[in-house]
Design a protein around this ligand. Sequence first.
Ligand SMILES: *Cc1c(COP(=O)(O)O)cnc(C)c1O
Length: 414
Amino acid sequence: MTTVAPRKLAHAPHPYFRVDAAELTIGGVAVSTLAERVGQTPFYAYDRAAIGKRIAELRQALPPEISLHYAIKANPMPAVVAHIAPLVDGLDLASAGELAVALDIGANPAHISFAGPGKTDSELHRAAAAGICVNVESEREIRVLAAYSRARGIRPRVAIRVNPDFELKTSGMKMGGGPKQFGIDAERVPQVLRDLAGLPLDFVGFHIYGGSQNLRADAIAEAEHKALELAIALSADAPAPVQLLNIGGGFGIPYFPGEQPLDLKAVGDSLQPLVARAKQALPQAEVVIELGRYIVGECGVYVCRVIDRKVSRGHVFLVTDGGLHHHLAASGNFGQVVRKNYPVLVASAVDRAVTEQASVVGPLCTPLDLLGDRMELPRAQEGDLIAVLQSGAYGLTASPQGFLSHPAAHEILV
Ligand SMILES: *Cc1c(COP(=O)(O)O)cnc(C)c1O
């Protein structure tokens, strides 16, 4: 009998970036060249072609009847949004700041929707004036929009964001089920729909979002089918036919050792019967899936430079000019319960033979400023470039850039 030693958990292989002459390339350009182009480290680099491939893979896997929306909050860099907008069917916003980006890059307001709790009167007015769909999260938002409608003589389009009576199981972040600040509780929605009939608002449909960062096709499929059935049940009280049904998304990407990529084909296959059921029960509804990180997350890297190579009591520290102030998520402080390492490479010498155990840290005076904890890396020197992969989503704009007043990171789309 043979025994097999348990394999050390590894990061999933990266789908898009090539290594050329021992250097990581982004959009076909070596990282050291990109650093020269940018004129500084640290920076984020996003790969235009990889984003295009990603969306093509989604289109290939999902039924053609499904509309694909991009959730801007994952990466709101205007150049990135402008690149993605023509490749998807719509944009989903979470603030009036994102609305400004969407309008500036020329996105069609007919295919923009705006969700998020605590929309101010001003944000609701701006959304209505822009002619986008507001996913209302409370009865107050409905009152504010109705008053605006009367004052301006327009009819804003509204969808009801429903806080469902289920959650997206095994999600990194649950955003439905139980008491939540998101949406209107499902059991309250029938009354809200009956009240809506008397208001100067155009009801267009429902938005039902169960959660984020899910790597299990079966859990995603279950939540999407439940979202559809909930929408069908609620439509009985709707003042108009459902034209727009956003069933969420939550497609995850592998960040940590041992995680496997989502089985996209299985998700797509599970949507075939859903599309058929929607056609029969809600014949006028456009069914939307909204994705943020799945579209951009694997298409970006964060690049910083080793400033100091220190050995402290036998432990190697690569002290870089980048850290949690630019990349909070990689430091493990963006909602993670247990800290794990993102994939980190010595980008200027990916296949340098000698390996050692080293920790990659930043310049901040806090032990939280950790980009890689005791990783097996090629031996890096001062001046080497370090890349954190899986950094295209929830990077710079999800980080406390002002913390410790270090220079800002740049962003480029290659
Ligand atoms: C954050 C968010 C998204 C995007 O989530 P990803 O995990 O980036 O796909 C989509 N919809 C809503 C309502 C959100 O709040």
